[in-house]
Design a protein around this ligand. Structure first.
Ligand SMILES: *Cc1c(COP(=O)(O)O)cnc(C)c1O
Length: 460
């Protein structure tokens, strides 16, 4: 597969190149030149497959020729060894809704599903190469932990993780700052997730710096994150045996739900993709009103979604603007100069054909957690709760699958406040929590972070 940038269709990179670069040289995001389509008959064939074989069938075209099907299968199988469910994910019925539990990996959030594979891809690429790769990643709490679990103690890799200081849950922080080996550097930034992501993007845009440290990235702007997430949309649809289906997705950086959009482009009969946001509702505003305008980040009960700049939205924009790369560039330029961009009526209509969006307040989140606990004796975490609430607010014809993005234990304090109950500690966490936490607090300043990384990047 060959890839181009949302801001330049002429670009021609292979999977290995876009994996290592993460962000396109012009600041755009990578997209594939072709999207394989599955017919209704093809989908029927896929029904019989277990999760790993299904993953190979769905993803292979994106990774060839860097990986052939056989290599990809070995890689994926190895990646899901640490998951608590044989088929990686798990489906549960809750009243009239269906919950897709994506949090049975080593760090208890859906991020593990792509990240474990990404760890093994780096391992493959580094086999015949003695250069050290320095991965820099911004996290709103879960990506960091998933990346550490996937990359800790790997040869020739350093991992620098930027998280917003004091803005993630205590357990999220503990997992992140206790499980890592020598090659892991946790940096707490005095700022928001958006500030962390901005610093990472500025580093990618600085060619000299990027080359000096041989920089790479594992945020959801990395296309590899998206493709491994397409698989569970297929898997859950094929297990439900409905003619059509909806998905409600707790959303921040627009990565997870973009994987659903790809699944639809690949032929999955999806009625609507429901964007559930917390009070950081930029996506709700752009989908319902057509204005993309970041405001100040608010702290919410679902911290992994406390994001105002939804980077992957640019990938949707490319198709909404009918593959016009210079139009994408223009809107992104507007965003930078004026602080917003506007979509016209027709563009808004195109988005609303595939997407619906609903903003869920803290109060509604808490109420939803409590309601599901009372009625079903079941705990859903605050992110997943936004998905449930949004699903119940948006009218659809077909049933809805809600993506369960994190294990409720990760947000224990909120869970206790909402239900009055304590949750049993999942076995994944039994050992790590006692270890000493390791992180540095640094100021919200790209030059200071660059300096810190330059000092450390050879130690391995
Ligand atoms: C990352 C995360 C999200 C948001 O996913 P995006 O791909 O950024 O939209 C939602 N819930 C949880 C628990 C997360 O960790």
């Amino acid at each position: 597969m060959k890839y181009f940038s949302t801001r330049n269709k002429k670009l021609d990179f292979d999977f290995k190149q876009i994996f290592q670069r993460s962000l396109a040289p012009d600041g755009g995001l990578f997209l594939p030149k072709k999207i394989n389509k599955f017919s209704a008959k093809d989908l029927k064939q896929l029904e019989k497959l277990n999760y790993i074989d299904l993953a190979v069938a769905v993803i292979a075209s994106f990774c060839e020729p860097t990986f052939n099907k056989k290599e990809l299968k070995i890689l994926i199988r190895k990646s899901y060894k640490k998951f608590k469910k044989k088929n990686v994910v798990n489906l549960v019925s809750i009243n009239k809704d269906i919950l897709l539990e994506l949090y049975h990996g080593p760090t208890l959030a859906f991020k593990d599903i792509a990240m474990q594979c990404i760890g093994n891809i780096y391992e493959e690429f580094n086999k015949d190469n003695n250069e050290i790769t320095n991965i820099v990643v911004a996290t709103s709490g879960d990506t960091g932990a998933a990346a550490i679990s996937a990359l800790s103690d790997r040869k020739n890799i350093n991992l620098f993780i930027l998280h917003p200081y004091n803005k993630i849950s205590k357990i999220q922080r503990k997992i992140m700052t206790t499980i890592g080996g020598k090659n892991i550097y946790n940096i707490a930034i005095n700022g928001s997730f958006d500030d962390c992501q901005k610093i990472v993007k500025q580093m990618f845009a600085d060619n000299l710096f990027r080359q000096t440290i041989n920089m790479s990235g594992v945020n959801s702007i990395n296309w590899a994150r998206i493709i491994f997430q397409i698989v569970y949309y297929f898997y859950s649809f094929l297990r439900m045996k409905h003619k059509k289906i909806n998905f409600s997705v707790p959303t921040g950086n627009f990565g997870d739900i973009y994987a659903g959009y790809m699944a639809k482009k690949m032929g999955l009969p999806i009625e609507k993709l429901i964007v559930a946001t917390n009070e950081n509702d930029i996506l709700q505003r752009v989908i319902n009103k057509g204005i993309y305008k970041p405001t100040k980040v608010k702290t919410s009960l679902s911290p992994s979604m406390d994001i105002q700049i939804s980077s992957n939205f640019e990938r949707l924009l490319f198709y909404v603007l009918k593959s016009n790369d210079s139009e994408v560039k223009k809107l992104m330029h507007n965003l930078e100069i004026k602080g917003y961009f506007k979509l016209n009526k027709n563009q808004k209509k195109i988005i609303q054909k595939d997407f619906a969006a609903f903003k869920v307040t803290n109060k509604e989140t808490k109420k939803t957690i409590k309601k599901i606990y009372k009625k079903n004796n079941f705990f859903v975490d605050p992110h997943t709760a936004t998905g449930f609430h949004a699903a119940n607010k948006i009218k659809t014809k077909y049933p809805c699958i809600i993506l369960g993005t994190a294990h409720p234990y990760k947000f224990l304090e909120t869970m206790i406040k909402a239900t009055g109950k304590k949750i049993k500690k999942p076995s994944q966490l039994s050992k790590l929590m006692a270890r000493k936490e390791k992180y540095n607090v640094l100021s919200n300043n790209t030059n200071i972070i660059k300096k810190y990384i330059l000092e450390k990047h050879y130690e391995n």
